[in-house]
Write a protein that binds this ligand. Sequence first.
Ligand code: NAG
Ligand code: NAG
Length: 360
Amino acid sequence: MGIPFLLLLCLPCPAVASARIPAVIVFGDSTVDTGNNNQISTVLKSNFRPYGRDFAGGRPTGRFCNGRLAPDFISEALGLPPLVPAYLDPEYSIKDFARGVCFASAGTGLDNATSDVLVSLLCSGRNQQDNLSVIPLWKEVEYFKEYHRRLRRYAGQAQAKYIIHEAVYIVSIGTNDFLENYFLLVTGRYRQFTVEEYEDFLIDRAEEFLRAIYHLGARKISFTSLGAIGCLPLERTTNALAGGGCNEEYNKAARDFNVKLQALIRRLCATLPGFRLRYAPVYDGLLRIIANPSSYGIENVIAGCCATGLFEMGYLCNQWNDLTCPDANRYIFWDAFHPTEKINWIMAEQTLKTSLAEFI
Ligand SMILES: *[C@@H]1O[C@H](CO)[C@@H](O)[C@H](O)[C@H]1NC(C)=O
Ligand SMILES: *[C@@H]1O[C@H](CO)[C@@H](O)[C@H](O)[C@H]1NC(C)=O
């Protein structure tokens, strides 16, 4: 198993070393957070073992994975560094960020209320936001502005403009709005909106975000669609009364959101000159693997590798669990909420062939 997969990993790596892409810039949630949450006082962390078990040196980095995330693979395939550094990581400087930077934060969403879910859960509304919140999307945009200023000081006005304009942007966000906020019934959004109305609300938030980064100079953007969010192990577990299958209500919300997202993308491309916003499909890809795991060398599509795989993530997925599987490459999911490195690699390859294809 190990050897064929290594071959698979290495063959496409040299890919297209493109001089045209100066940097990879990342916004979003835990699917793409390369370590920002390590630097804030949230409980949503993964900078301890067995996270990072299959990372270089077996090092936990704050990635919610056994290894690398899709933006890391994409960066490498574009001839850029094999890791996209987290903006808040003090080990890196603007010199590194000029070639790639990640503003993402695990637990965040398009909806401001999503980044405060833990505040709602643990403090019953008391205002301790600076303590427990993860980084809301508007603040990721604030960091992007600060980055632009630092880049101008470091590289000069013209070069900074070139980097911002020619970089590839990867956006991956939205899962938490449904799973950690709306359907979890903790913030009141479920009383305020029907699911359809909430989808529209999130699309409006996505539009605000996309217009904001457009006006700040971003042009080449890959917006990752929602996956089959009802098939995450945690959602199967909470669906146990219904037989433990995928939660079809959640999957339907993801599909409907994706349809609306595609309409938004068409509309923005038609109205914002030079905006090259592209849709990265992942929903069908994940279901294909779930339907046909053996052709990917995968044996378990239901539970995560870490601990029982049924509900553990973050601090519950830790080195004191004897049940953690020996070979994550046989699993789709690393913990109860996040895919393994192998799946991230497959998703990165698909993104390079779809939304990013025309940029490279
Ligand atoms: C989200 O929060 C930011 C910062 O407070 C604010 O500017 C923005 O209007 C909020 N968005 C919504 C939809 O409330
Ligand atoms: C949270 O905030 C309170 C009051 O502002 C402070 O006393 C406490 O140390 C903070 N806790 C963390 C983990 O930052």
